[in-house]
Design a binder for this molecule. Structure first.
Ligand code: AMP
Length: 578
């Protein structure tokens, strides 16, 4: 029975284990370390990962990505006639990762340690645990992504005392943590973040600039057009991580549009996003009681930190060189692998200690005697308190059904914060009715960043307590079982390697014109015919030959320089197939 670490990313997910004294990242069934966090429905079955990602363009109505952004929220995703919640979609990704990990490890996976953005709130963390349950796996431990990264980094060099600033800039979220490392102790000092700032915002400013310069109304694009344009913008952004200028193309109907994009233009149009990044870093450093000078190392992690402009900006702000991490986008997974070792009490890592903090202040609403219609927030646990934390306070009321609204946030007035729960003591005995009551409120915040609130009536010595975990009516054990059965019945598409070929060829067909389109069509038809043969050897051989050709064609589709490199492969394949 194994324990695995899952870096459940907005864009990609990874699985790590602790094996033979070190972290190992496991490959999925397709031989990749990264599995795109994308789900698609095909003929009533589920596709997850690379083949699903290809279908974002060809079957946008049946495919979804980026659902991590909605974890813990009441949102429905309609894929054809199937409806999923963000938790259910995440559970499908988790189930696929577990299935592939079991195949690689050759043993059953018993437990998963899952990472989440540090700035994930109570509901989002709870939703992540629910997703694990729906996937049929135990998750007793949730680790903050930047904390896992700091742990991995510390494991690489434990010689000197350090203060890290971990800047975790992903596809949809930004998390910044200040971390102290002393010998084998990794102590998170503060966390700040923005749950709505990430790589996608850069794609969007590029796409909007493209529209502005070409006289296109961004808001009037169809869903498919917008998806394709944003994808092109993302490719353009990635190109600008390698070179200082590139040309972006987009076809709408019969018309082809293009724009020369440079790093300078990107810096100009993304200035506002950089300011938002600076604000979050400033908050994290201030909260830790440090100054930028105390930071000994800046750790840029997450895909968006691969943009040179981000690293240049960080180097400028901190007056020190900011290097890309050697393990780059795998650093969180490396930390999770180490965490698996700690959990398994492995001798190599069992003395390593990681402490974390809570990202938000938590409290309850109390009467504001100066302005009764605007209750104020009474903070119980202040942000950046070390976890686990347990705090109790006594409140007084004459109400016969004492009620407590639970909030998180930093606003003075309760209404300025996010309501995360509600608790009422509605079963108090009759003999204390009308009397002044003393209620002890206890906030217990566990190491996973999940809150439990208990209330006890003390005045008569009688006790009553209620526990809440989420404002969004968490699922009961029966509901989870029912949903889990539903997920199990849907099942995954089999032979996803073949689906990868079909989905990629279909996307190239859709995104190209002329000879490239004809070739994609030809290869697709040929592959579908070979599939009919039901001969595993023929199918595998065709797959191994067609995939590299499609990959070169994909390169061509993404660039504007005519690159005929794939021509030879294509002809070779035609010859062989005759
Ligand atoms: P993550 O959630 O950490 O996987 O980050 C995904 C985000 O990183 C997406 O918005 C990607 O477009 C972006 N990204 C990945 N690689 C690069 C790159 N080389 N240059 C710029 N952005 C990148």
């Amino acid at each position: 029975m194994a324990i695995i670490g899952i870096d459940l990313g907005t864009t990609n997910s990874l699985v790590a284990v602790w094996k033979d004294g070190k972290t190992q990242i496991l490959k999925n069934k397709l031989g990749d370390e990264m599995t795109p966090s994308v789900v698609s429905v095909e003929d009533g079955k589920i596709l997850v990962g690379k083949p699903a990602k290809e279908r974002l363009v060809t079957h946008p109505e049946l495919t979804v990505s980026g659902f991590k952004r909605y974890m813990g929220m009441k949102k429905e995703f309609h894929l054809g006639d199937m409806v999923f919640s963000p938790e259910e979609l995440s559970s499908l990704v988790i189930a696929k990762l577990v299935e592939d990990a079991e195949a690689t490890l050759g043993e059953k996976v018993e437990e998963a340690i899952i990472s989440v953005p540090a700035y994930f709130n109570n509901d989002q963390r709870f939703a992540t645990k629910t997703a694990a349950k729906l996937a049929g796996i135990t998750c007793n431990r949730i680790v903050n992504e930047p904390s896992a990264a700091a742990l991995a980094c510390r494991m690489q060099d434990m010689s000197v005392e350090q203060t890290f600033l971990v800047v975790d800039f992903g596809g949809g979220t930004l998390d910044v943590s200040v971390v102290d490392c002393f010998e084998n102790i990794v102590e998170i000092q503060s966390i700040a973040g923005d749950n709505h700032l990430g790589g996608r915002d850069f794609d969007e400013v590029i796409a909007k600039k493209f529209c502005e310069e070409n006289g296109i109304d961004f808001n009037r694009l169809t869903e498919v057009e917008r998806g394709t344009l944003l994808r092109r913008a993302e490719v353009c952004k990635m190109e600008l991580s390698k070179t200082t200028s590139t040309r972006m193309h987009f076809r709408m109907g019969e018309k082809e549009y293009s724009l020369e994009m440079t790093e300078d233009i990107l810096i100009e149009i993304a200035g506002n996003l950089l300011l938002r990044l600076k604000k979050v870093m400033s908050k994290a450093i201030k909260d830790s009681g440090r100054t930028p000078r105390d930071i000994t190392k800046v750790l840029p992690i997450g895909g968006t930190c691969q943009m040179p402009m981000i690293r240049i900006y960080l180097a400028y702000l901190f007056h020190k060189s900011v290097d890309e991490m050697p393990s780059g986008d795998r650093i969180v997974a490396y930390g999770l692998g180490t965490y698996c070792g700690i959990k398994m009490q492995n001798k190599d890592v069992k003395d390593v200690l990681l402490t974390d903090v809570c990202p938000f202040s938590l409290g309850t609403e109390v009467t504001n005697y100066l302005e009764p219609i605007r209750p104020i927030m009474s903070v119980m646990i202040e942000r950046n308190t070390v976890l686990p934390a347990k705090i109790s306070q006594v409140y007084h009321t004459t109400s016969d059904i004492p009620m407590f609204n639970i909030y998180q946030g930093e606003g003075y007035y309760a209404e300025e914060n996010v309501k995360i729960g509600f608790l009422a003591l509605d079963d108090l005995p009759d003999d204390i009715k009308g009397m002044r009551k003393h209620i002890e409120l206890i906030f217990a915040y566990d190491i996973n960043g999940i809150l439990e609130v208990t209330a006890k009536e003390l005045s008569t010595g009688q006790e009553s307590s209620v526990t809440i975990v989420s404002a969004n009516n968490p699922l009961s054990a029966d509901e989870i079982e029912e949903k889990r059965n539903k997920m199990k019945q849907i099942g995954f598409v089999e032979e996803e390697e073949n689906q990868e070929v079909i989905a990629l060829a279909s996307r190239i067909y859709e995104e190209s014109v002329g000879s490239i389109r004809d070739r994609a069509d030809y290869l697709l038809q040929m592959f579908l015919n070979i599939l009919q043969s039901n001969s595993p050897i023929r199918i595998r051989k065709a797959r191994e030959q067609i995939l590299p050709i499609l990959r070169s064609m994909e390169l061509y589709v993404n660039t504007d320089v005519f690159d005929m490199e794939f021509e030879d492969d294509f002809e070779e394949f035609e010859e062989e197939d005759k």
